[in-house]
Every structure is written in structure tokens, then in C-alpha cells.
Ligand binder design. Structure first.
Ligand code: 1HE
Length: 260
């Protein structure tokens, strides 16, 4: 795959995906969103987990405002553009490849929408979260009303935008915008640790985690429980099941330890 705004590198079973427009603080233009969607729609066969990071000090500054101003999109063109973002971020959230986001600096606007489509988010102490759409006279269009609204709740999302709040990493952790905070500059290293460990899980277990849980959350109780049982049955058919259980029963598997 040939990309302009993404760099892809394999580290064993981990695909490292880097947004590489640091001169624009990794803002997302039309071609970047297409590249994100194309990559996660058909990642390399050998990839078991992906780590997504931004080049430079910032994860992502959201919509490319320079391109947006230049193109003077009509309402219909902007609607269509938002739908391409939805398509791309759906490939991330539901494509089946676990994605660990390595956050630092700005995770704002469309950058927060991008982060919210990652399955695990590791922030460093420089990370900050905002939805400054109101300040730019636009509205969210990359899925924040759904993904961020579900993480922090719709009422808080309204407040976050209306009161123009910028949350630091600590507040983001309390609200679920990130799942762990590490020292400045360390989010990629920690994301890689998580990714390498998750890559050892049975692929079907990972598939179930990243595709089923949020879908089930959208269902009624009976549909959710039924879908869970189907998914559990599918995972149970994987070739690694016997080995995984045997490892535990033979007392070779690692015992659980408390983590952050
Ligand atoms: C950009 C963008 C961008 C920076 N589009 N070019 N997003 C925002 O409202 C965030 C806007 N950006 C910022 O608030 C700041 O740039 C940052 C806090 C992210 C970084 O600050 P800093 O001091 O490191 O960099 P800078 O000097 O502000 O920017 C460096 C360059 O990146 C500069 O260009 P230059 O030619 O003057 O060097 C900036 O113009 C450029 N740059 N951010 C284009 N976003 C699907 S709808 C989603 C709706 C949204 O995402 S709204 C939120 C948009």
C-alpha cells in the first residue's frame, strides 16, 4: 500500500501506523481520511494488532482547516465528507484489528474522533482533549456525537463544547477519553507493550472484543445476550482454545496481577 499521509511499519505482529503531517499537526485532509479507511479496511495479513500515533508533539489537530477553508464545501459536500470519515473510523472500530492509540499533545476535534475509534488509548502527560468546533463555527462530523458522546455522556459533551473546555490527561482518564497515562514522550512505548501482549491472545478472542462489545452495547438486553452467546461459541471454535486452557490447567500460564 502506498500512502502519502500515513507511514506504515511492521514490528513483528504489530502494525505501526503513523499520521505523518507534523507540519500541519497531523490535521486530517481528504486524502488522509481515505488512507486511514483503506489501511484499516484491509490491513496486512500478518498484523495482529495496530498502534496508531502521530508524528511530532501532537497526536492530531482534527479537520484540516486550511483545506476546509480553501475548498469552500457546500453543505452536501461537507455531509459527504463527514460520511467518508464515518466510513474510515468504522473500519477502525469494527474492522476486527485491535488498535492501540498512542496519544500526546493535541487530541482535538477530529483528532478526538479518531482517538475514540481506537480500542485502547494511552496518553502521556502532555495530552489534552478538546472539541473546539464551536470556536471554528462548525460542528463535529467525524463521529464524535456517537463515539465521544457515549464515552463521556451526551450532557457532558454538550458542556465540553459549549463551555469550550480543554481537558488535561488526568481529567481525560477520569472521563474515559484515555485509559492510562504515562510520562511525557512514553505513550508510544507503552502502546507497543500493550500491543505486543495483546498480539499473543487468540485472534478470535481479540476479534470478539473489538467487534462485539460496542455493537452489543447498541442492542436490547435479549438481543445482546443472544449475540454474546453466538460470539462466545465462535471464539470457542478457534484452534488456540485447547492450548490456552491447557496452559492454565498445567499451571504454566501466568497468574493475574493487578494492573493500572
Ligand atoms: C493546522 C491545523 C488544522 C494546526 N488544520 N492546519 N482543529 C482545531 O481547531 C485545532 C487547531 N490547531 C491548534 O489549535 C494548534 O495548531 C495546536 C494546539 C494543535 C498545535 O499548536 P502549535 O503551537 O504546536 O502549532 P501551530 O503553530 O498552531 O500550528 C503549526 C502549523 O500547523 C500552522 O501552520 P503554519 O503554516 O503557520 O506553520 C497551523 O496553521 C497548522 N495547523 N492545526 C490545518 N487543524 C469532521 S469535522 C471535525 C471538525 C474539527 O476537527 S474542528 C477542530 C479543528
Amino acid at each position: 500500500m502506498n500512502f502519502k499521509s500515513l507511514q506504515i511499519e511492521m514490528a513483528g505482529p504489530v502494525a505501526i501506523v503513523t499520521l505523518s503531517r507534523p507540519e500541519r499537526r497531523n490535521a486530517i485532509d481528504e486524502s488522509t481520511v481515505e488512507e486511514i479507511g483503506r489501511f484499516f479496511e484491509s490491513p496486512p495479513q500478518e498484523a495482529r494488532v495496530a498502534v496508531l500515533k502521530g508524528d511530532g508533539q501532537h497526536f492530531c489537530a482534527g479537520l484540516d482547516l486550511e483545506e476546509h477553508a480553501r475548498l469552500r464545501r457546500t453543505p452536501v459536500q461537507f455531509m459527504r465528507m463527514c460520511q467518508r470519515w464515518h466510513w474510515a473510523f468504522d473500519q477502525m472500530q469494527f474492522g476486527g484489528l485491535p488498535i492501540i492509540g498512542a496519544l500526546q499533545g493535541a487530541v482535538v476535534g477530529g483528532g478526538l474522533e479518531l482517538a475514540a475509534a481506537c480500542h485502547t488509548r494511552v496518553a502521556d502527560t502532555s495530552t489534552f482533549f478538546a472539541l473546539p468546533e464551536g470556536q471554528r463555527a462548525i460542528f463535529t462530523g467525524g463521529g464524535a456525537t456517537v463515539r465521544v458522546g457515549r464515552i463521556i455522556g451526551p450532557g457532558r459533551m454538550v458542556d465540553m463544547m459549549l463551555a469550550a473546555r480543554t481537558y488535561d490527561a488526568e481529567r481525560g482518564l477520569q472521563l474515559g477519553l484515555c485509559h492510562e497515562i504515562v510520562a511525557s514522550g512514553q505513550s508510544f512505548a507503552r502502546a507497543m507493550e500493550i500491543a505486543q501482549a495483546a498480539a499473543k491472545h487468540a485472534p478470535l478472542s481479540n476479534y470478539a472484543m473489538v467487534t462485539a462489545i460496542s455493537r452489543i452495547n447498541d442492542m436490547s438486553t435479549t438481543d445482546g445476550l443472544f449475540t454474546e452467546s453466538l460470539m462466545a461459541g465462535m471464539v470457542q471454535s478457534g484452534p488456540e482454545v485447547a492450548a490456552g486452557l491447557d496452559e492454565f490447567l498445567q499451571k504454566k500460564g501466568r497468574r493475574l496481577e493487578v494492573t493500572q
